[in-house]
Design a protein around this ligand. Structure first.
Ligand code: NOJ
Length: 565
């Protein structure tokens, strides 16, 4: 397993709804993806991850699935999908699907059947519970426990037809599947095999560490928010390793060259060692969240600035923790995160420099990097105004809860949503400087970022100094320099609040990466600077190399030297 192919791979995430619209309905689709495959092949990525394309009421933009084995007409058809898969494979790219099985849509036939009566054969496929003892069902506070849902409001929905509540950790249209039931597990396995038989190369597993719940679903911690925090009862629950190993045996065993990555909010390094230890046969890697929660303070509605030393401590811990067993995934962005150049960089005067610096610092870590659509051209957050500008169910639900139930000032909540809201990632991909950034000939479902005339893929591909070509260079370096893939990791300057520096070493090759997380020059106080005197400067995002180890604003450099093993 040491040489698993995905260790030297780079994954590119496509959020189909916002990628490219081929038919003018304002919504991205599969034919749009096919039309832009050369942009991705040109970047050099090895794997495409498609966010959900399945039939869905689109309550959570497709993360609410009503049929796991088809394509939503919004996005095209199964034959469009087959064509996309073949076209990706022809270009040497693999394709992985989003697997959303902590919950289904409430419009999935499984749930429709389940809710139809107390004696339905599928009743036990979801979490149906009676009202709290002594409470009148359907009245406020009568929910079976005090858990809040991620999108605001209680995690339970009262169903008058059968007099019980069902659990939904996300929206009320996303009922949680009951993984305790073996029939649920085998239905999911069968569906997964069906996609693999069709030729897909693996899965990104949505909130997969939520699937095992603590029996009894006890009340969660009371935090001062409107609802309790039940996460101790569903994050990395008691049977999670058993469920993942069973999935491996039932679905993945005996199939080669797959990639599995589990999205795991709240996962610790110690747990990730278990999830990703190849000997345990669970998943290849996980998405942890520590580094994207590093700028989150105790009060969710007060913006907190990133402290670079915190970010370094987090990455350092993950790099060390998975050095001998398991594997890291590396990401700044996805469809749930704001644009990194606006978040941890400077999307003003130093947009290009800081986007490149962030790319370099991330990609040279040990692990598999993920690039989210638009990141490769340095796309920025959108200038949202009022709550009416947002479409995301999370932003709308959290705003309602914070303002109406918890008494937060609307402007405070908006400040945080503008900076961190998920819609920042979901505005149309900026292809060129034609109307709506070349995303659609119709009216886009979310407006294009007004900066598209300056920030777009056509322009970036033509400009050798663009973020796009820098990312292409980073990907090529991973493909050609084994120290990027396999080298040991050593964090340098852990106490420096402006510079991020580390080395990677494999046999006689050592790499040094330094990134300036600030708009002023800063000097790197390296432990042994003379050792790098004759080193080769492999990549540099500014015109000048550092003089006497002083890096310019947002500068990033990668050096290579030969050492005696
Ligand atoms: C995580 C997904 O990335 C997010 O977009 C979604 O809203 C939730 N899981 C629920 O499926």
């Amino acid at each position: 397993m040491t040489d698993a192919w995905w260790k030297s791979a780079v994954v590119y995430q496509i959020y189909p709804r916002s990628f490219a619209d081929s038919d003018g309905d304002g919504m991205g689709d599969l034919r749009g993806v096919i039309q832009h495959l050369d942009h991705l092949a040109g970047l050099g990525v090895d794997v495409l991850w498609l966010s959900p394309i399945y039939p869905s009421p689109q309550d959570d933009n497709g993360y609410d699935i009503s049929d796991y084995q088809d394509v939503d007409p919004l996005f095209g058809s199964l034959s469009d999908f087959d064509e996309l898969l073949a076209a990706a494979h022809e270009r040497g790219m693999k394709l992985i699907m989003d697997l959303v099985v902590n919950h289904s849509s409430d419009e999935h036939p499984w749930f429709v059947e389940s809710r139809s009566s107390l004696s339905s054969p599928k009743r036990d496929w979801y979490w149906w519970w009676p009202a709290r003892d002594g409470m009148e069902p359907g009245t406020p506070g009568a929910e079976p426990n005090n858990w809040g849902s991620v999108f605001g409001g209680p995690a339970w929905e009262w169903d008058p037809a059968t007099g019980e509540y069902y659990l939904h950790l996300f929206s009320r249209k996303q009922p949680d599947l009951n993984w305790e039931n073996p029939a649920v597990r085998s239905a999911v396995h069968e569906m997964m095999r069906w996609w693999l038989d069709r030729g897909v190369d693996g899965f990104r597993m949505d909130v997969i560490n939520f699937i095992s719940k603590v029996p009894g679903l006890p009340d969660g911690t009371v935090t001062g928010a409107a609802y309790g925090d039940g996460s101790a009862s569903f994050l990395n629950g008691p049977r999670i390793h058993e469920f993942l190993h069973e999935m491996y045996e039932q679905v993945f065993a005996g199939r080669d060259a797959l990639l599995t990555v589990g999205e795991m909010p709240g996962v610790t390094v110690e747990q990730a060692r278990l999830y990703t230890d190849p000997a345990r046969e669970e998943v290849d890697m996980v998405f942890q969240f520590d580094h994207v929660w590093a700028d989150r303070g105790p009060d969710p509605w007060v913006l907190q600035r990133l402290k670079l030393t915190d970010l370094k401590a987090i990455f350092g811990r993950w790099q060390a923790g998975l050095s001998d067993v398991g594997w890291n995934s590396l990401y700044w962005n996805n469809h749930d995160q704001p644009r990194v150049v606006s978040r941890y960089g400077d999307d003003g005067d130093f947009r290009v420099e800081s986007a490149k610096m962030l790319g370099a610092v991330l990609h040279l870590h040990r692990g598999t990097p993920y690039v989210y659509q638009g990141e490769e051209i340095g796309m920025t957050n959108y200038p949202f105004g009022g709550i009416g500008d947002f479409r995301d169910i999370e932003a709308l639900g959290q705003y309602a809860q914070a303002v109406e139930k918890e008494g937060h000032a609307p402007e405070d909540v908006l400040t945080v949503l503008r900076a961190r809201g998920r819609d920042n990632a979901r505005t149309p991909m900026q292809w060129d400087d034609s109307p709506h950034a070349g995303f659609t000939t119709g009216t886009p479902w979310l407006p294009a970022n007004p900066r598209y005339p300056e920030i777009n893929a056509a322009r970036a591909r033509k400009d050798p100094d663009s973020v796009y070509h820098w990312y292409r260079g980073l990907i090529e370096l991973r493909h050609t320099e084994p120290a990027v893939v396999h080298g040991d990791f050593t964090m340098l300057l852990p106490h420096d609040e402006q510079l991020y520096a580390y080395t990677r070493r494999l046999d006689s090759t050592e790499l040094l990466v330094i990134g300036n997380f600030g708009g002023t020059p800063a000097r790197a106080e390296l432990p042994d600077p003379a050792a790098w005197d004759r080193a080769e400067l492999v990549m540099n995002n500014t015109a000048q190399p550092p003089a006497d180890w002083v890096l310019g604003p947002w500068q990033a450099v990668i050096y290579r030297r030969t050492v005696t093993p």
